[in-house]
Design a protein around this ligand. Structure first.
Ligand code: GCU
Length: 429
């Protein structure tokens, strides 16, 4: 006998599925009037309630406490610096219309018999020795930042985008990200540029940390509580710090004048690198959003719960506690910026990048400002309290905390670079 589905039963099942789906579907909030009530933890009051009233109290007690909270609750605890070895892979002495020397240097990060190699693509102006540099990770491979035919193509895993197939980088993607890197302008302004493919350090997908740099530290990590172990953002930041270890041995680079820059997830990464390693003298966050510069408690656009669901490998497992529960977190992202103080920090947003909550990125700067002032800098500039949320193309960049909102989408443009270079002229030169 044939069984025939009962039409009413089918309807019930269908509607049950529809409502379950609606419950699981994430609906971002973009309405300022619907932001949940929140109180930001103060950067200048310790966990035990003591007020921080001078620079030495900040450096001796509050800063270490905040840093520890970001390690245990947000990004995870990274291993101590490992040994590095390096090797020059290629050198071109007339790159960028003859203005720059371009090198590829392999930096091997070593623990015992295991190692991970990242390839640095380095541009330095021909004319000047020992220059300040910008260092930043790239998303699709070093060959995408410059169309030159002789830059090596990574053999590591890449994301499948327009320019990658079967998770392999392709010849046809040479130069596809060049617009984001402005190499000639950077060189003309007297800076070097170093970029590294982020997948060399840790491929960007959840696999229980079997690939990339994580496994070589398995033994060291076994004594760290599981919830506090480092995620991928911490691993990428770790690679950036090992790049600085290398700069200290490269005569063409002034390792005391390094700016770290990153876009989006790599902007979250540049902030964590800058917060955890004081050798970065300028820290640039381009459209970093949730888990980067944006205040988590506003829950505008991407939220902690959403990011931990889509990208479970980016943060520590302890961070999961704050899914739809941001108020319980002992830190918010303005405190990440405060960890960088008194070194310079620049946060940039884009008008169409609502997912990253531009206003939340700006407010982080505003709430980091008191720490910058306590440490004797001008914070966001001479206006006190800092200016209102600025209009597009009206950068706030006269102090140690820079901010701009740019018209347009989630991206890095020549407008963004023009602001970063001006800011760097003031803080690195
Ligand atoms: C996603 C993610 C963001 C991230 C971005 C990116 O949109 O939700 O948090 O910043 O990817 O890195 O491109």
């Amino acid at each position: 006998m044939k069984s025939i589905a009962h039409p009413i039963g089918l309807l019930v099942i269908l509607s049950f599925h529809a409502s379950a789906f609606a419950q699981n579907r994430f609906v971002p909030n973009y309405d300022e009037s619907a932001i949940p009530a929140y109180e930001l933890p103060s950067a200048l009051v310790t966990t035990k309630g003591a007020s921080i009233t001078d620079a030495s109290m900040w450096h001796k007690s509050r800063r270490p406490e905040v840093l520890e909270l970001f390690k245990t609750q947000v990004y995870g605890r990274s291993p101590a610096a490992c040994e590095i070895q390096y090797e020059l892979v290629s050198e071109k002495r007339d790159a960028i219309k003859g203005k720059a020397i371009r090198r590829e240097v392999d930096v091997r990060m070593i623990t015992g018999s295991q190692s991970t190699t990242m390839r640095l693509l380095i541009y330095t102006p021909k004319s000047s020795p020992s220059v300040p540099v910008f260092v930043g990770l790239n998303f699709q491979g070093n060959h995408t930042v410059d169309a030159a035919k002789d830059i090596s193509i990574t053999k590591n895993w890449v994301r499948n985008r327009n320019d990658g197939k079967n998770n392999r980088a392709m010849e046809s993607s040479r130069g596809t990200a060049a617009g984001r890197w402005q190499i000639e302008t950077i060189i003309d302004r007297g800076y070097g540029l170093v970029t590294i493919y982020y997948g060399d350090i840790d491929p960007d997908f959840a696999d229980g940390f079997k690939n990339g740099i994580h496994p070589q530290f398995e033994q060291e990590m076994s004594s760290v509580p599981e919830g506090e172990r480092w995620g991928s953002i911490a691993a990428w930041s770790y690679g950036l710090s090992r790049a600085v270890d290398y700069f200290e041995q490269d005569d063409a680079i002034d390792a005391s004048r390094v700016a770290v820059i990153g876009h989006s997830r790599l902007g979250k990464t540049s902030l964590w690198a800058g917060a955890s390693d004081p050798r970065f003298k300028l820290v640039i966050s381009n459209n970093s959003g949730c888990g980067g510069a944006a205040l988590s408690r506003r829950a505008v656009g991407e939220t902690v719960g959403r990011i931990n669901t889509s990208f479970p490998h980016w943060f520590s497992d302890n961070y999961l506690q704050y899914n739809e529960n941001e108020n319980a977190c002992p830190v918010d992202q303005h405190m990440l910026l405060a960890l960088i103080a008194p070194r310079a920090v620049y946060v940039a947003s884009a008008t169409k990048d609502k997912w990253a909550d531009p206003k939340g990125e700006f407010l982080s700067c505003v709430h980091a400002d008191p720490v910058y002032r306590l440490l004797g800098t001008q914070g966001m500039g001479d206006k006190r309290p800092p200016a209102e949320f600025p209009a597009a193309e009206a950068p706030v960049k006269s102090g140690h905390v820079g901010y701009h909102l740019r018209t347009g989408k989630h991206d890095v443009t020549d407008y963004d670079w023009a602001q970063y270079l001006d800011f760097a002229d003031r803080h690195l030169k």
